[in-house]
Design a protein around this ligand. Structure first.
Ligand code: GLC
Length: 710
C-alpha cells in the first residue's frame, strides 16, 4: 500500500477528507491563487518561462490553448512539482461545438431534437480537446433567447426552457462521461448563469429586467436540469439581473444554486465579469467588487484580478475567511473529482490520431442532416434525382465557404479541413453537369458577378442558390438590428429566379433570418445553419433524398424585426388575437414566418385519436406515416392551462420524442403525465404549484381537454 506524504494525496480517501486536509495546509496567498483564472495569451511556449514569464504555477486555472499537450504539461509540471502543495491547474477553453471536428452550432443541434446527437458530439469534443490539454470546457450555454438580434442566439438550444435543459443535460453527459475523473473527459460549465439572453433590445452585455416569475419559469429551469445531470461548474453571466449583476447576485448564486439545488461545484465569472461591476454602476472599488462577488457565491475570477484584494478584506474584517475557504473548497472538490491530482498530465499523443477521425466526421454529417430544416418544398421539388438531373447551377457565396460551416466559437477548428458544397456536390450528382458561379459575396454591394451566375442558371436544368450570413455575423458581441441577409444576396436570388429554372435555396445562418422576401423566389428552401464538417455532405444527403429531412425549428423565425420579441410560449392577450379588436399589428401579419417546431419532411404524418385517461393521467395518440417514404417525426406534446390564478402561456412544451415510421406504418404513442412535472406551474418564488382544474393537451394538431379535480 503506497504511503502518501499527506492525506490529500491519497486517492483512496473520500474527496471531502482530501479537501479538508489540503485546505488546512494552504496559506491565504495560495487560497487566493486558487480562486483566479488567468490566460497566458499568445505566449504559451514554456521555453519562454525562463524569460521571467508572468506565469504563477500556484494559479487555480488557466484559460488557454498552449499549442500542444507537451506545452500544457510543462506548465502543469511547474504547478505540481515545483510548488509547496503541488495543486494541479485546471485548464479551460471554449469548446462549444467541437474542438477540431466541427459539429453544428448548438442552435442547429437543437433543431435535430435528438439529445443523443448532442451527447455524442460533446463526447467527441471532450476526447479531442482532452488529447490537447483541456480539462474544462465553458459549455453548454443554456441561455433562452427571444431576440435573434442578439448574436449569441447561435450558442444556445433555442427558445424553449424544457428543451434547453434536456439538451444541456445531454451535453453534460457527453463532456463528463460516466466518470469525469477519467482521461478523455472534460468538466462541463453551464453558462451564462443567469438570464443573459434577456439583454435589452438584443444588445450584448445589456441590462436585463427579469421578473421573479420569468427568472424561475424561463431562465433557471435549463440550469437546474443540467445541474441535476451532474455539471461540475457554472459560469456567472455578464448581465445585470434587474439591478443586481449576476456575478454578485446572492439570490441566484447561493439561495437558488446552493441552498435549493445543492450544487457543490464551483462558479467562475465570465471574462472580467467581476471588474465590470464598475461599468454596471455597482461599485468602482475593486475590493468591494471582490467582496460582493465572492460573498454572493462567485468562486473564481476569470482574467481580471479583483480577487487579489482578498487579504486586505480579511485584514479589515470586511470578508470572513470562511467565505474564502468555502470558495476554495469548491474549487478543490472539482479538481479532486476531475482526477487532476491523479492525472495532472495528459498523455502526449499525436492529435491526428484522436481528432478528425472517420467516425467523428460521420457523426458530424449525421448531426448536420438532422439539424437542417426543410422550410419549403413546392411540388416536391426535393429530393433531386441524381440519375435524371442533367445539369445543376450552383450559385452563391455559401457554395465555397468553409468559415461559415465552422460557425462562431470554433475552438481550434481549422476551416481548411471543412469540405465545401462545391467540392462535395459532384460526388452526389456524378451524372450531372455542375456550373458553379459565385454570384456575389455576403456583404458588398457588388453585382459584377451577377451576369455569370445568370448564365450558369440559363444553361442548367435546376439552380441551387446557397446564400447566408457568412462567418462572424453571430456569436459574442454580434448584435444586428437587421436580420435579413446582408449585401446583394436577395437581389441575386431575384435575378436567378427570373431565369425560370426550379430554384433550391440553401440558407446558412447562426440566427433566425428574415425570409419574407426570399420565400417567393424559391421552389424549395432548406435552412442549413452552420453545421461543421458534415455540413456539405449532410446537405447533399437531404438534396438527394438519402436522408428524409427531420429538422424542426427550435426557435421562432419572425417576419420582421418589428415583431421581436416573438416566441411560441407567449401569454394570451386580453382579447382573441384573431379578433378585429384583438391587438394585432395593422401593418403586418401577426404570425411568425416560421413557428417554433416547424419543419417539412419528404413524407407526411397524421395524428389521430388523442385520448386522456384522467384516472392515471396517461395520454395516447396515434401517429401514422401517410406518405411514401420512411421518416423520423418529432412529436411535441404541449400543455395549456387556460384558467389559473397565475395566468399561463398559451401553451408550453412538456415533452418531445422522436418516432421512426415506415410508409403507412402507424404507432399508438403514450405519454405518462405527471401532476407536478407537467401540470403544475412555477410561481414567482420558484415553487411548483398544482392548481386543479381544466387543462388542454395538444399534439400534432390534436387537442384534448381534461379536468383534474384534486
Ligand atoms: C467570453 C464569453 C464566455 C466565454 C468566456 C471565455 O466573454 O462570454 O461565454 O466562455 O469569455 O472565453
Amino acid at each position: 500500500m503506497p504511503e502518501y506524504e499527506f492525506p490529500y494525496r491519497n486517492p483512496a480517501l473520500p474527496i471531502e477528507q482530501r479537501v479538508d486536509d489540503l485546505l488546512k495546509r494552504m496559506t491565504l496567498e495560495e487560497k487566493v491563487d486558487q480562486l483566479m483564472q488567468i490566460t497566458i495569451g499568445a505566449d504559451t511556449n514554456p521555453n519562454n518561462l525562463g524569460s521571467g514569464h508572468s506565469f504563477r504555477p500556484t494559479i487555480g486555472s488557466v484559460l488557454s490553448y498552449c499549442g500542444s499537450t507537451r506545452n500544457r504539461n510543462a506548465f502543469q509540471r511547474l504547478a505540481v512539482e515545483e510548488t509547496r502543495l503541488g495543486i494541479p491547474i485546471i485548464w479551460g477553453f471554449d469548446v462549444i461545438h467541437g474542438w477540431r471536428t466541427a459539429f453544428p452550432i448548438p442552435l442547429a443541434q437543437a433543431c435535430s431534437w435528438n439529445p443523443d446527437i448532442v451527447e455524442a458530439g460533446c463526447r467527441v469534443a471532450a476526447r479531442e480537446s482532452y488529447a490537447e490539454g483541456v480539462d474544462w470546457t465553458f459549455s453548454p450555454m443554456l441561455d433562452v433567447p427571444h431576440d435573434p438580434r442578439w448574436g449569441r442566439v447561435m450558442e444556445g438550444y433555442g427558445e424553449d426552457p424544457l428543451a434547453a435543459g434536456i439538451f444541456g443535460a445531454a451535453a453534460v453527459r457527453g463532456y463528463q462521461g460516466e466518470d469525469p475523473s477519467q482521461p478523455g473527459t472534460v468538466a462541463a460549465c453551464l453558462k451564462h448563469f443567469v438570464g443573459y439572453a434577456a439583454s435589452e433590445a438584443g444588445h450584448d452585455y445589456a441590462y436585463t429586467d427579469i421578473s421573479s416569475r420569468t427568472l424561475h419559469e424561463t431562465y433557471l429551469p435549463p440550469f437546474q436540469a443540467a445541474v441535476e445531470a451532474g455539471a461540475m461548474t457554472l459560469m456567472s453571466s455578464f448581465n445585470d439581473i434587474t439591478g443586481t449583476p449576476a456575478v454578485a447576485n446572492h439570490y441566484t448564486l447561493t439561495e437558488v444554486l446552493r441552498d435549493r439545488w445543492h450544487f457543490r461545484g464551483f462558479v467562475v465569472s465570465d471574462w472580467d465579469g467581476v471588474v465590470q461591476l464598475a461599468h454596471q454602476g455597482y461599485t468602482t472599488n475593486p475590493a468591494e467588487m471582490c467582496r460582493a462577488a465572492l460573498s454572493a457565491g462567485n468562486d473564481m475570477e476569470m482574467n481580471s484580478s479583483a480577487y487579489r484584494n482578498i487579504p486586505t478584506l480579511i485584514e479589515s474584517g470586511r470578508l470572513k475567511i470562511e467565505v474564502v475557504d468555502e470558495a476554495v473548497r469548491r474549487v478543490l472538490r472539482i479538481k479532486f473529482a476531475k482526477g487532476l491530482f491523479e492525472h495532472p498530465y495528459h498523455e502526449e499523443v499525436d492529435p491526428g490520431t484522436v481528432s478528425l477521425q472517420p467516425e467523428a466526421l460521420e457523426l458530424s454529417r449525421a448531426a448536420a442532416r438532422a439539424s437542417m430544416v426543410l422550410l419549403k418544398n413546392e411540388k416536391n421539388t426535393l429530393p433531386l434525382n441524381p440519375d435524371t438531373l442533367r445539369s445543376i447551377a450552383l450559385i452563391g457565396p455559401v457554395a465555397t465557404d468553409r468559415e461559415a460551416s465552422a460557425g462562431a466559437w470554433p475552438a481550434i477548428i481549422d476551416p481548411k479541413t471543412i469540405p465545401t458544397l462545391q467540392e462535395v456536390l459532384p460526388s452526389f450528382f456524378p451524372k450531372s453537369e455542375i456550373h458553379y458561379a459565385p454570384g456575389c459575396d455576403y456583404t458588398s454591394d457588388s453585382t459584377e458577378h451577377f451576369a455569370e451566375a445568370i448564365a450558369a442558371a440559363e444553361k442548367s436544368d435546376l439552380v441551387i442558390v446557397a446564400i447566408g450570413e457568412g462567418a462572424g455575423r453571430t456569436g459574442e458581441n454580434r448584435s444586428y438590428t437587421n436580420i435579413a441577409l446582408p449585401g446583394k444576396q436577395l437581389e441575386l436570388l431575384r435575378k436567378i429566379a427570373a431565369v425560370g429554372r426550379p430554384v433550391v435555396l440553401l440558407v446558412s445562418s447562426g440566427r433566425p433570418i428574415l425570409y419574407p422576401e426570399l420565400e417567393p423566389l424559391a421552389n424549395a428552401i432548406l435552412h442549413i445553419w452552420e453545421c461543421g464538417h458534415g455540413a456539405a455532405a449532410g446537405c447533399c444527403d437531404i438534396l438527394t433524398g438519402a436522408y428524409n429531412p427531420s429538422g424542426r425549428l427550435a426557435i421562432t423565425f419572425p417576419r420582421s424585426v418589428g415583431q421581436i420579441p416573438i416566441y411560441y410560449n407567449h401569454h394570451p392577450r386580453a382579447r382573441d388575437e384573431k379578433a378585429e379588436w384583438g391587438g394585432r399589428y395593422f401593418d403586418l401579419d401577426d404570425s411568425p414566418m416560421y413557428p417554433f417546431g416547424y419543419g417539412l419532411s419528404y413524407t407526411s404524418y397524421e395524428y389521430s385519436d388523442l385520448e386522456i385517461s384522467v384516472e392515471d393521467l396517461t395520454a395516447q395518440v396515434t401517429l401514422r406515416n401517410t406518405g411514401k417514404r420512411a421518416g423520423r417525426e418529432t412529436v411535441f406534446w404541449y400543455l395549456s392551462d387556460p384558467e389559473a390564478k397565475l395566468t399561463q402561456p398559451l401553451r408550453r412544451l412538456i415533452a418531445f420524442e422522436q418516432v421512426d415510421l415506415a410508409p403507412g406504418e402507424e404507432r399508438r404513442l403514450t405519454l405518462q403525465l405527471d401532476r407536478m412535472h407537467d401540470l403544475a406551474y412555477i410561481d414567482p418564488t420558484g415553487k411548483k404549484v398544482f392548481e386543479p382544474g381544466r387543462f388542454i393537451l395538444s399534439v400534432g394538431g390534436e387537442k384534448a381537454e381534461f379536468v383534474v379535480a384534486e
